[in-house]
Design a protein around this ligand. Structure first.
Ligand SMILES: [Zn+2]
Length: 68
């Protein structure tokens, strides 16, 4: 139900409360955030997920090196 009340961008995952407007995407209306929706409308493509603000998971091997 929370997903229905506050949908998030299907491309970059930003919450709809954090974007000026939800826009139409390939999956339907209001499935993309403002930035992704504009790019989809203008270029017919979606932003690369690499540019999206996402949490990165640190590999345990790297953490053990730092602790040592
Ligand atoms: Zn987005």
């Amino acid at each position: 139900l929370m997903l229905v009340c506050f949908p998030s961008c299907q491309n970059c995952g930003v919450n709809s409360r954090l974007t000026p407007a939800m826009r139409r995407g390939p999956a339907g209306p209001r499935t993309l955030c403002n930035a992704c929706g504009l790019m989809w409308a203008n270029k017919g493509t979606l932003r690369s997920p690499l540019n999206a603000p996402k949490m990165t998971v640190q590999h345990p091997a790297n953490l053990s090196k730092m602790v040592r």
